[in-house]
Design a protein around this ligand. Structure first.
Ligand code: MSP
Length: 520
Protein backbone atom coordinates (compact mmCIF):
# COMPACT_ATOMS: atom_id res chain seq x y z
CA UNK A 1 0.00 0.00 0.00
CA UNK A 2 1.15 3.49 -0.77
CA UNK A 3 1.45 5.78 2.19
CA UNK A 4 0.01 9.25 2.49
CA UNK A 5 2.68 10.73 0.28
CA UNK A 6 3.49 9.78 -3.28
CA UNK A 7 6.78 10.69 -4.92
CA UNK A 8 7.25 9.91 -8.58
CA UNK A 9 10.15 10.66 -10.90
CA UNK A 10 11.03 10.57 -14.57
CA UNK A 11 14.60 10.21 -15.79
CA UNK A 12 16.31 13.54 -16.16
CA UNK A 13 16.76 13.87 -19.90
CA UNK A 14 19.99 14.68 -21.72
CA UNK A 15 19.70 18.14 -23.16
CA UNK A 16 21.20 17.50 -26.56
CA UNK A 17 18.11 18.37 -28.61
CA UNK A 18 14.40 19.12 -28.18
CA UNK A 19 12.14 16.56 -26.48
CA UNK A 20 10.19 14.08 -28.57
CA UNK A 21 7.17 11.88 -27.91
CA UNK A 22 9.42 9.25 -26.27
CA UNK A 23 10.61 11.56 -23.50
CA UNK A 24 7.11 13.01 -23.31
CA UNK A 25 5.70 9.52 -22.79
CA UNK A 26 7.44 8.96 -19.46
CA UNK A 27 6.78 12.52 -18.36
CA UNK A 28 3.08 12.34 -19.22
CA UNK A 29 2.75 9.06 -17.33
CA UNK A 30 4.36 10.58 -14.26
CA UNK A 31 2.04 13.57 -14.47
CA UNK A 32 -1.06 11.37 -14.80
CA UNK A 33 -0.03 9.27 -11.81
CA UNK A 34 0.72 12.38 -9.77
CA UNK A 35 -2.66 13.92 -10.53
CA UNK A 36 -4.36 10.62 -9.74
CA UNK A 37 -2.72 10.35 -6.34
CA UNK A 38 -3.45 13.98 -5.62
CA UNK A 39 -7.09 13.33 -6.45
CA UNK A 40 -6.95 10.55 -3.87
CA UNK A 41 -6.06 13.21 -1.34
CA UNK A 42 -2.41 12.20 -1.05
CA UNK A 43 0.53 14.53 -0.86
CA UNK A 44 1.98 13.93 -4.31
CA UNK A 45 5.30 15.18 -5.63
CA UNK A 46 6.41 14.87 -9.22
CA UNK A 47 10.01 15.34 -10.24
CA UNK A 48 11.47 15.72 -13.72
CA UNK A 49 14.40 17.65 -15.11
CA UNK A 50 17.49 17.65 -17.25
CA UNK A 51 20.83 15.86 -17.20
CA UNK A 52 23.27 18.51 -18.30
CA UNK A 53 26.80 17.32 -17.60
CA UNK A 54 29.09 14.84 -19.34
CA UNK A 55 30.69 14.28 -22.70
CA UNK A 56 27.49 13.71 -24.66
CA UNK A 57 26.08 17.13 -23.81
CA UNK A 58 29.54 18.74 -24.10
CA UNK A 59 29.96 17.42 -27.64
CA UNK A 60 26.49 18.57 -28.68
CA UNK A 61 27.29 22.04 -27.34
CA UNK A 62 30.56 22.08 -29.26
CA UNK A 63 28.79 21.02 -32.46
CA UNK A 64 26.42 23.94 -31.95
CA UNK A 65 29.25 26.38 -31.32
CA UNK A 66 28.11 27.22 -27.80
CA UNK A 67 29.58 26.88 -24.33
CA UNK A 68 27.94 23.90 -22.57
CA UNK A 69 26.23 26.15 -20.01
CA UNK A 70 24.82 28.43 -22.70
CA UNK A 71 23.75 25.44 -24.76
CA UNK A 72 21.81 23.77 -21.94
CA UNK A 73 20.33 27.06 -20.70
CA UNK A 74 18.97 27.78 -24.17
CA UNK A 75 17.52 24.31 -24.69
CA UNK A 76 15.92 24.09 -21.26
CA UNK A 77 14.33 27.52 -21.63
CA UNK A 78 13.28 27.22 -25.27
CA UNK A 79 12.44 23.54 -25.58
CA UNK A 80 12.18 21.44 -22.44
CA UNK A 81 10.15 23.59 -20.08
CA UNK A 82 7.79 24.75 -22.86
CA UNK A 83 7.17 21.15 -23.95
CA UNK A 84 5.93 20.18 -20.50
CA UNK A 85 3.85 23.36 -20.28
CA UNK A 86 2.32 22.50 -23.62
CA UNK A 87 1.32 19.05 -22.39
CA UNK A 88 -0.22 20.30 -19.10
CA UNK A 89 2.57 18.55 -17.22
CA UNK A 90 3.10 20.32 -13.92
CA UNK A 91 6.12 18.92 -12.06
CA UNK A 92 6.65 20.06 -8.49
CA UNK A 93 10.27 20.50 -9.38
CA UNK A 94 12.15 20.70 -12.64
CA UNK A 95 15.67 19.89 -11.51
CA UNK A 96 18.77 20.66 -13.53
CA UNK A 97 22.05 18.97 -12.66
CA UNK A 98 23.69 22.40 -12.88
CA UNK A 99 21.44 23.67 -10.04
CA UNK A 100 23.68 24.73 -7.12
CA UNK A 101 21.69 22.79 -4.48
CA UNK A 102 22.09 19.62 -6.53
CA UNK A 103 25.82 20.16 -7.07
CA UNK A 104 26.40 20.70 -3.34
CA UNK A 105 24.44 17.62 -2.33
CA UNK A 106 26.15 15.43 -4.94
CA UNK A 107 29.54 16.48 -3.58
CA UNK A 108 28.42 15.83 -0.05
CA UNK A 109 27.14 12.37 -0.97
CA UNK A 110 30.39 11.29 -2.63
CA UNK A 111 32.55 12.85 0.07
CA UNK A 112 30.63 10.77 2.62
CA UNK A 113 31.12 7.58 0.61
CA UNK A 114 34.80 8.41 0.13
CA UNK A 115 35.23 9.01 3.88
CA UNK A 116 33.41 5.74 4.64
CA UNK A 117 35.82 3.77 2.44
CA UNK A 118 33.50 2.92 -0.46
CA UNK A 119 35.67 4.73 -2.99
CA UNK A 120 39.25 3.97 -4.06
CA UNK A 121 41.63 5.18 -6.73
CA UNK A 122 42.53 2.97 -9.68
CA UNK A 123 43.31 2.81 -13.38
CA UNK A 124 40.42 2.36 -15.79
CA UNK A 125 41.18 0.88 -19.16
CA UNK A 126 38.21 -0.10 -21.24
CA UNK A 127 35.49 0.87 -23.65
CA UNK A 128 33.02 3.71 -23.38
CA UNK A 129 29.94 4.72 -25.40
CA UNK A 130 29.44 8.47 -25.19
CA UNK A 131 25.89 8.17 -26.53
CA UNK A 132 24.98 5.90 -23.61
CA UNK A 133 27.47 7.58 -21.27
CA UNK A 134 28.29 4.03 -20.23
CA UNK A 135 31.31 1.79 -19.78
CA UNK A 136 30.92 -1.26 -22.01
CA UNK A 137 31.89 -4.91 -21.84
CA UNK A 138 32.43 -7.10 -24.94
CA UNK A 139 28.93 -8.56 -24.38
CA UNK A 140 27.44 -5.07 -24.84
CA UNK A 141 28.82 -4.76 -28.38
CA UNK A 142 27.90 -6.00 -31.87
CA UNK A 143 30.23 -8.35 -33.73
CA UNK A 144 31.81 -5.29 -35.33
CA UNK A 145 32.46 -3.75 -31.96
CA UNK A 146 29.67 -1.18 -32.14
CA UNK A 147 27.47 -0.21 -29.18
CA UNK A 148 24.43 -2.49 -29.35
CA UNK A 149 22.04 0.32 -28.52
CA UNK A 150 23.33 3.11 -30.74
CA UNK A 151 25.16 1.03 -33.35
CA UNK A 152 27.97 3.55 -33.18
CA UNK A 153 31.66 2.99 -32.42
CA UNK A 154 32.70 2.94 -28.77
CA UNK A 155 35.86 4.68 -27.53
CA UNK A 156 38.79 3.23 -25.69
CA UNK A 157 39.67 5.08 -22.55
CA UNK A 158 42.53 4.61 -20.18
CA UNK A 159 42.75 6.99 -17.26
CA UNK A 160 43.24 7.31 -13.56
CA UNK A 161 39.78 7.19 -12.00
CA UNK A 162 38.04 6.76 -8.72
CA UNK A 163 36.01 3.59 -8.28
CA UNK A 164 32.91 2.80 -6.26
CA UNK A 165 32.95 -0.66 -4.63
CA UNK A 166 29.80 -1.79 -6.44
CA UNK A 167 30.98 -5.41 -6.38
CA UNK A 168 30.41 -5.53 -2.62
CA UNK A 169 26.65 -5.03 -3.02
CA UNK A 170 25.66 -8.09 -5.07
CA UNK A 171 24.22 -10.09 -2.16
CA UNK A 172 22.35 -7.16 -0.69
CA UNK A 173 20.85 -6.35 -4.09
CA UNK A 174 19.73 -9.95 -4.62
CA UNK A 175 18.15 -9.91 -1.17
CA UNK A 176 16.37 -6.67 -2.07
CA UNK A 177 14.91 -8.16 -5.27
CA UNK A 178 13.67 -11.15 -3.28
CA UNK A 179 12.27 -9.27 -0.30
CA UNK A 180 10.65 -6.49 -2.31
CA UNK A 181 9.34 -8.44 -5.34
CA UNK A 182 7.92 -5.42 -7.14
CA UNK A 183 11.05 -3.32 -6.58
CA UNK A 184 11.87 -3.85 -10.27
CA UNK A 185 9.05 -4.08 -12.78
CA UNK A 186 7.64 -5.39 -15.00
CA UNK A 187 8.48 -8.93 -13.92
CA UNK A 188 10.40 -9.89 -17.10
CA UNK A 189 12.71 -6.95 -16.48
CA UNK A 190 13.10 -8.00 -12.86
CA UNK A 191 14.35 -11.45 -13.87
CA UNK A 192 16.83 -9.95 -16.30
CA UNK A 193 18.22 -7.65 -13.64
CA UNK A 194 18.40 -10.45 -11.13
CA UNK A 195 20.37 -12.63 -13.54
CA UNK A 196 22.69 -9.78 -14.34
CA UNK A 197 23.50 -9.20 -10.67
CA UNK A 198 23.80 -12.91 -9.97
CA UNK A 199 26.51 -13.15 -12.64
CA UNK A 200 28.67 -10.87 -10.48
CA UNK A 201 29.21 -7.11 -10.37
CA UNK A 202 32.36 -5.15 -11.08
CA UNK A 203 33.39 -1.97 -9.34
CA UNK A 204 32.28 1.17 -11.11
CA UNK A 205 34.49 3.99 -12.33
CA UNK A 206 32.90 7.16 -10.96
CA UNK A 207 35.13 9.93 -12.27
CA UNK A 208 36.61 11.24 -15.49
CA UNK A 209 39.80 13.23 -15.90
CA UNK A 210 39.91 14.12 -19.59
CA UNK A 211 37.28 16.88 -19.66
CA UNK A 212 35.83 19.21 -17.06
CA UNK A 213 32.08 19.59 -17.87
CA UNK A 214 30.81 18.00 -14.70
CA UNK A 215 30.74 18.24 -10.93
CA UNK A 216 34.22 18.33 -9.42
CA UNK A 217 35.26 15.36 -7.32
CA UNK A 218 35.22 17.06 -3.92
CA UNK A 219 38.53 15.62 -2.70
CA UNK A 220 40.34 15.88 -6.08
CA UNK A 221 39.55 18.88 -8.22
CA UNK A 222 41.46 17.49 -11.20
CA UNK A 223 38.53 15.14 -11.92
CA UNK A 224 34.79 15.41 -12.48
CA UNK A 225 32.21 12.91 -11.30
CA UNK A 226 30.93 10.43 -13.89
CA UNK A 227 27.70 11.87 -15.29
CA UNK A 228 25.49 8.97 -14.20
CA UNK A 229 26.43 9.05 -10.54
CA UNK A 230 25.77 12.79 -10.61
CA UNK A 231 22.44 12.36 -12.46
CA UNK A 232 21.00 9.58 -10.28
CA UNK A 233 21.43 11.77 -7.24
CA UNK A 234 18.91 14.27 -8.65
CA UNK A 235 16.26 12.13 -7.00
CA UNK A 236 17.63 12.68 -3.51
CA UNK A 237 18.76 16.28 -4.10
CA UNK A 238 15.32 17.40 -5.23
CA UNK A 239 13.75 16.36 -1.96
CA UNK A 240 16.60 17.77 0.07
CA UNK A 241 18.46 14.71 1.34
CA UNK A 242 21.17 16.86 2.92
CA UNK A 243 19.60 20.31 2.96
CA UNK A 244 15.95 19.71 3.89
CA UNK A 245 15.65 16.57 6.03
CA UNK A 246 11.97 17.21 6.75
CA UNK A 247 11.08 17.26 3.09
CA UNK A 248 13.19 14.17 2.50
CA UNK A 249 11.44 12.30 5.29
CA UNK A 250 8.06 13.36 3.93
CA UNK A 251 8.54 12.10 0.36
CA UNK A 252 11.24 9.45 0.26
CA UNK A 253 11.15 6.66 -1.09
CA UNK A 254 10.11 7.34 -4.69
CA UNK A 255 8.65 5.43 -7.62
CA UNK A 256 11.06 5.76 -10.56
CA UNK A 257 9.72 5.57 -14.12
CA UNK A 258 11.89 5.07 -17.22
CA UNK A 259 12.24 2.70 -20.15
CA UNK A 260 14.46 -0.35 -20.11
CA UNK A 261 17.47 1.39 -21.71
CA UNK A 262 18.42 2.73 -18.30
CA UNK A 263 16.86 0.17 -15.99
CA UNK A 264 20.23 -1.26 -14.88
CA UNK A 265 21.44 2.10 -13.68
CA UNK A 266 18.28 2.49 -11.62
CA UNK A 267 17.90 -1.00 -10.24
CA UNK A 268 21.55 -1.97 -9.65
CA UNK A 269 23.90 1.01 -9.33
CA UNK A 270 21.37 3.36 -7.75
CA UNK A 271 20.17 1.17 -4.88
CA UNK A 272 23.78 0.14 -4.20
CA UNK A 273 24.75 3.82 -3.92
CA UNK A 274 21.89 4.42 -1.51
CA UNK A 275 22.79 1.37 0.57
CA UNK A 276 26.38 2.60 0.84
CA UNK A 277 25.11 5.98 2.03
CA UNK A 278 22.78 4.38 4.57
CA UNK A 279 19.68 5.71 2.81
CA UNK A 280 16.48 3.75 2.10
CA UNK A 281 16.16 2.32 -1.41
CA UNK A 282 13.36 3.43 -3.77
CA UNK A 283 9.89 1.99 -3.48
CA UNK A 284 9.77 0.91 -7.07
CA UNK A 285 11.73 1.06 -10.32
CA UNK A 286 9.49 0.51 -13.31
CA UNK A 287 10.48 0.27 -16.98
CA UNK A 288 7.74 1.01 -19.47
CA UNK A 289 8.07 0.11 -23.15
CA UNK A 290 9.66 1.94 -26.07
CA UNK A 291 7.89 4.13 -28.57
CA UNK A 292 9.20 2.77 -31.82
CA UNK A 293 9.76 4.29 -35.22
CA UNK A 294 10.44 1.79 -37.98
CA UNK A 295 10.80 -0.89 -35.32
CA UNK A 296 13.51 1.01 -33.41
CA UNK A 297 13.38 3.13 -30.28
CA UNK A 298 12.68 6.74 -31.14
CA UNK A 299 15.70 8.78 -30.07
CA UNK A 300 16.74 12.43 -30.07
CA UNK A 301 19.53 11.59 -32.50
CA UNK A 302 16.98 10.01 -34.83
CA UNK A 303 15.74 12.15 -37.72
CA UNK A 304 12.27 10.68 -37.38
CA UNK A 305 11.80 11.94 -33.81
CA UNK A 306 8.32 13.46 -33.49
CA UNK A 307 7.78 16.54 -31.35
CA UNK A 308 4.59 16.43 -29.23
CA UNK A 309 3.45 19.70 -30.79
CA UNK A 310 3.05 18.00 -34.17
CA UNK A 311 0.32 15.91 -32.56
CA UNK A 312 -1.28 18.40 -30.18
CA UNK A 313 -1.66 20.94 -33.04
CA UNK A 314 -4.21 18.59 -34.60
CA UNK A 315 -5.71 16.66 -31.71
CA UNK A 316 -5.22 18.90 -28.69
CA UNK A 317 -3.44 18.14 -25.44
CA UNK A 318 -6.12 16.03 -23.76
CA UNK A 319 -6.40 13.66 -26.68
CA UNK A 320 -2.61 13.42 -26.79
CA UNK A 321 -2.44 12.39 -23.15
CA UNK A 322 -5.39 10.03 -23.48
CA UNK A 323 -4.04 8.35 -26.59
CA UNK A 324 -0.57 7.54 -25.28
CA UNK A 325 -1.74 6.58 -21.82
CA UNK A 326 -4.71 4.43 -22.83
CA UNK A 327 -3.72 2.67 -26.01
CA UNK A 328 -0.23 1.55 -24.97
CA UNK A 329 -0.04 -1.07 -22.24
CA UNK A 330 2.29 0.50 -19.68
CA UNK A 331 5.29 -1.83 -19.90
CA UNK A 332 4.98 -2.81 -23.59
CA UNK A 333 6.55 -1.35 -26.74
CA UNK A 334 4.33 0.41 -29.29
CA UNK A 335 4.51 2.28 -32.57
CA UNK A 336 2.84 5.62 -32.98
CA UNK A 337 0.53 5.98 -35.96
CA UNK A 338 -1.47 8.94 -37.22
CA UNK A 339 -4.23 6.62 -38.43
CA UNK A 340 -4.55 5.08 -35.00
CA UNK A 341 -4.73 8.33 -33.07
CA UNK A 342 -7.27 9.68 -35.60
CA UNK A 343 -9.47 6.63 -35.08
CA UNK A 344 -9.18 6.74 -31.28
CA UNK A 345 -9.97 10.45 -31.28
CA UNK A 346 -13.08 10.01 -33.41
CA UNK A 347 -14.42 6.81 -31.80
CA UNK A 348 -13.56 7.13 -28.15
CA UNK A 349 -13.32 10.86 -27.54
CA UNK A 350 -15.51 12.72 -30.04
CA UNK A 351 -18.19 10.03 -30.33
CA UNK A 352 -18.27 8.00 -27.16
CA UNK A 353 -17.47 10.65 -24.55
CA UNK A 354 -17.98 13.99 -26.31
CA UNK A 355 -21.34 13.05 -27.80
CA UNK A 356 -22.57 11.60 -24.55
CA UNK A 357 -21.78 14.80 -22.68
CA UNK A 358 -23.45 17.01 -25.25
CA UNK A 359 -26.49 14.73 -25.64
CA UNK A 360 -27.13 14.64 -21.92
CA UNK A 361 -26.78 18.41 -21.60
CA UNK A 362 -29.03 18.91 -24.63
CA UNK A 363 -31.74 16.65 -23.20
CA UNK A 364 -31.67 18.31 -19.77
CA UNK A 365 -31.93 21.62 -21.66
CA UNK A 366 -34.76 20.51 -23.90
CA UNK A 367 -36.90 18.60 -21.40
CA UNK A 368 -36.14 20.36 -18.11
CA UNK A 369 -35.00 23.83 -19.07
CA UNK A 370 -31.41 23.04 -18.09
CA UNK A 371 -32.21 22.17 -14.48
CA UNK A 372 -31.42 18.64 -13.37
CA UNK A 373 -34.76 17.29 -12.13
CA UNK A 374 -35.30 15.25 -8.97
CA UNK A 375 -34.95 11.57 -9.96
CA UNK A 376 -37.66 9.03 -9.16
CA UNK A 377 -36.97 5.58 -7.73
CA UNK A 378 -34.00 3.79 -9.33
CA UNK A 379 -34.96 0.87 -11.53
CA UNK A 380 -32.92 -2.22 -12.37
CA UNK A 381 -31.05 -0.45 -15.14
CA UNK A 382 -30.00 2.40 -12.83
CA UNK A 383 -28.98 -0.03 -10.12
CA UNK A 384 -26.79 -1.78 -12.67
CA UNK A 385 -25.30 1.54 -13.76
CA UNK A 386 -24.64 2.59 -10.17
CA UNK A 387 -22.93 -0.75 -9.52
CA UNK A 388 -20.90 -0.34 -12.67
CA UNK A 389 -19.79 3.08 -11.52
CA UNK A 390 -18.79 1.82 -8.09
CA UNK A 391 -16.80 -1.01 -9.68
CA UNK A 392 -15.11 1.27 -12.21
CA UNK A 393 -13.65 3.49 -9.52
CA UNK A 394 -12.39 0.45 -7.66
CA UNK A 395 -10.89 -1.17 -10.75
CA UNK A 396 -9.32 2.05 -11.99
CA UNK A 397 -7.80 2.85 -8.62
CA UNK A 398 -6.36 -0.63 -8.27
CA UNK A 399 -4.93 -0.43 -11.81
CA UNK A 400 -3.24 2.94 -11.15
CA UNK A 401 -1.74 1.52 -7.99
CA UNK A 402 -0.18 -1.26 -10.10
CA UNK A 403 1.00 1.35 -12.64
CA UNK A 404 -1.38 -0.20 -15.19
CA UNK A 405 -2.39 3.28 -16.36
CA UNK A 406 -3.95 1.93 -19.56
CA UNK A 407 -6.26 -0.38 -17.60
CA UNK A 408 -7.48 2.45 -15.41
CA UNK A 409 -8.36 4.63 -18.40
CA UNK A 410 -9.95 1.71 -20.22
CA UNK A 411 -12.21 1.10 -17.22
CA UNK A 412 -13.50 4.68 -17.43
CA UNK A 413 -13.90 4.44 -21.19
CA UNK A 414 -15.96 1.26 -20.73
CA UNK A 415 -18.17 3.03 -18.23
CA UNK A 416 -18.86 5.77 -20.78
CA UNK A 417 -19.76 3.08 -23.33
CA UNK A 418 -22.18 1.58 -20.82
CA UNK A 419 -23.96 4.91 -20.32
CA UNK A 420 -24.36 5.23 -24.08
CA UNK A 421 -25.86 1.75 -24.13
CA UNK A 422 -28.16 2.72 -21.26
CA UNK A 423 -29.46 5.72 -23.21
CA UNK A 424 -30.05 3.59 -26.28
CA UNK A 425 -32.04 1.12 -24.19
CA UNK A 426 -34.00 3.66 -22.17
CA UNK A 427 -34.86 5.91 -25.13
CA UNK A 428 -35.49 9.05 -23.09
CA UNK A 429 -36.76 10.87 -26.20
CA UNK A 430 -39.64 8.38 -26.32
CA UNK A 431 -40.30 8.56 -22.59
CA UNK A 432 -40.44 12.36 -22.90
CA UNK A 433 -43.36 12.15 -25.28
CA UNK A 434 -45.54 10.52 -22.61
CA UNK A 435 -46.84 13.26 -20.37
CA UNK A 436 -48.03 10.99 -17.55
CA UNK A 437 -46.50 11.63 -14.12
CA UNK A 438 -44.89 8.18 -14.14
CA UNK A 439 -43.22 8.74 -17.46
CA UNK A 440 -42.04 12.21 -16.47
CA UNK A 441 -40.55 10.84 -13.27
CA UNK A 442 -38.89 8.09 -15.29
CA UNK A 443 -37.41 10.71 -17.65
CA UNK A 444 -36.01 12.61 -14.68
CA UNK A 445 -34.44 9.40 -13.38
CA UNK A 446 -32.83 8.56 -16.71
CA UNK A 447 -31.35 12.02 -17.18
CA UNK A 448 -30.20 12.13 -13.60
CA UNK A 449 -28.47 8.75 -13.97
CA UNK A 450 -26.58 9.94 -17.04
CA UNK A 451 -25.50 13.20 -15.43
CA UNK A 452 -24.47 11.41 -12.26
CA UNK A 453 -22.20 8.99 -14.11
CA UNK A 454 -20.73 11.90 -16.08
CA UNK A 455 -19.93 13.56 -12.76
CA UNK A 456 -17.80 10.58 -11.84
CA UNK A 457 -16.28 10.37 -15.33
CA UNK A 458 -15.03 13.94 -14.92
CA UNK A 459 -13.32 12.95 -11.65
CA UNK A 460 -11.89 9.73 -13.13
CA UNK A 461 -10.56 11.42 -16.28
CA UNK A 462 -9.26 14.51 -14.51
CA UNK A 463 -5.75 13.08 -14.14
CA UNK A 464 -5.59 12.17 -17.82
CA UNK A 465 -7.56 14.95 -19.50
CA UNK A 466 -7.63 17.94 -17.15
CA UNK A 467 -9.02 20.38 -19.72
CA UNK A 468 -11.90 18.24 -20.99
CA UNK A 469 -12.75 17.13 -17.45
CA UNK A 470 -12.94 20.73 -16.27
CA UNK A 471 -15.26 21.57 -19.17
CA UNK A 472 -17.45 18.57 -18.41
CA UNK A 473 -17.53 19.48 -14.72
CA UNK A 474 -18.55 23.04 -15.56
CA UNK A 475 -21.25 21.91 -17.99
CA UNK A 476 -22.77 19.76 -15.24
CA UNK A 477 -22.90 22.82 -13.02
CA UNK A 478 -20.90 20.80 -10.51
CA UNK A 479 -18.52 23.68 -9.72
CA UNK A 480 -21.41 25.50 -8.11
CA UNK A 481 -23.35 22.57 -6.70
CA UNK A 482 -20.50 20.36 -5.44
CA UNK A 483 -17.24 22.34 -5.49
CA UNK A 484 -13.95 22.33 -7.38
CA UNK A 485 -13.18 19.28 -9.48
CA UNK A 486 -9.64 18.97 -8.12
CA UNK A 487 -11.07 18.69 -4.60
CA UNK A 488 -13.28 15.68 -5.33
CA UNK A 489 -11.89 12.66 -3.49
CA UNK A 490 -11.32 9.92 -5.98
CA UNK A 491 -11.89 7.14 -3.54
CA UNK A 492 -15.51 8.16 -2.98
CA UNK A 493 -16.21 9.13 -6.61
CA UNK A 494 -18.10 5.87 -7.07
CA UNK A 495 -20.72 6.75 -4.49
CA UNK A 496 -24.08 7.29 -6.19
CA UNK A 497 -26.12 10.44 -5.84
CA UNK A 498 -23.56 13.21 -5.37
CA UNK A 499 -24.83 15.58 -8.05
CA UNK A 500 -27.76 17.38 -6.42
CA UNK A 501 -31.05 17.77 -8.26
CA UNK A 502 -31.62 21.41 -9.11
CA UNK A 503 -28.13 21.78 -10.58
CA UNK A 504 -27.97 23.90 -13.71
CA UNK A 505 -26.68 21.90 -16.65
CA UNK A 506 -25.44 23.83 -19.68
CA UNK A 507 -24.23 22.67 -23.04
CA UNK A 508 -20.80 24.28 -22.66
CA UNK A 509 -17.89 23.87 -25.06
CA UNK A 510 -17.69 20.87 -27.33
CA UNK A 511 -15.23 18.57 -25.56
CA UNK A 512 -13.62 17.11 -28.67
CA UNK A 513 -14.33 19.05 -31.86
CA UNK A 514 -14.47 17.05 -35.07
CA UNK A 515 -11.29 17.02 -37.07
CA UNK A 516 -12.17 17.60 -40.67
CA UNK A 517 -8.83 17.14 -42.39
CA UNK A 518 -7.12 13.78 -42.42
CA UNK A 519 -4.21 14.09 -40.04
CA UNK A 520 -1.87 11.83 -41.99
N1 MSP B 1 20.11 11.25 -18.76
C1 MSP B 1 19.77 9.88 -18.71
C2 MSP B 1 18.86 9.58 -17.54
C3 MSP B 1 19.38 9.93 -16.20
S1 MSP B 1 18.21 9.61 -14.95
C4 MSP B 1 19.08 9.72 -13.55
C5 MSP B 1 19.07 9.47 -19.99
N2 MSP B 1 18.49 10.45 -20.67
S2 MSP B 1 17.66 10.26 -22.03
O1 MSP B 1 17.41 11.60 -22.52
O2 MSP B 1 18.32 9.38 -22.91
O3 MSP B 1 16.29 9.67 -21.59
C6 MSP B 1 16.03 8.29 -21.60
C7 MSP B 1 14.61 8.08 -21.15
O4 MSP B 1 13.71 8.84 -21.97
C8 MSP B 1 14.09 6.66 -21.26
O5 MSP B 1 14.47 5.85 -20.18
C9 MSP B 1 12.60 6.91 -21.30
O6 MSP B 1 12.13 7.27 -20.04
C10 MSP B 1 12.52 8.13 -22.20
N3 MSP B 1 12.50 7.77 -23.60
C11 MSP B 1 13.37 8.22 -24.55
N4 MSP B 1 13.04 7.68 -25.75
C12 MSP B 1 11.97 6.88 -25.58
C13 MSP B 1 11.22 6.09 -26.45
N5 MSP B 1 11.48 6.03 -27.75
N6 MSP B 1 10.19 5.38 -25.93
C14 MSP B 1 9.89 5.42 -24.61
N7 MSP B 1 10.59 6.17 -23.76
C15 MSP B 1 11.61 6.93 -24.22
O7 MSP B 1 19.03 8.30 -20.29
Amino acid sequence: MLGKSFFITTPIYYVTAAPHIGSAYTTTAADVLTRWHRQRGEMAYMLTGTDEHGQKVLRSAEKNGKSPQQFVDDLVRDEWKPAWDLLDITPDRFIRTTDPDHVAQVQEFWQRLYDAGFVYEGQYTGLYCVDCEEFKQEADLTEDGLCLIHERPVEEISEKNYFFKLSEFGDRLLALYDEQPDFVGPSAARNEIRNYVEAGLQDLSISRSTFDWGIQVPWDHSQVLYVWIDALLNYTSAVGVYDDPEKFAKFWPPVHLMSRDILRFHSVIWPAMLMAAGLPVPQRVFAHGYLLVGGKKMAKSNATAIHPREITDTFGVDAYRYYFMKTIAFGSDASFSWEHISAVYADELANNLGNLASRVAAMVGKYHGGILAEPGALGEAEDALAESLRKTVEVADDAMERLAIHEAITATHDLVTRVNGYITEQQPWKVAKDESADAQSRLATILYACAEVLRAVAVLHNAVMPQASAKLWASLGADRSIGALDDQPLTSAGKWGQLPAGTTVTKGDVLFPRIEESAS
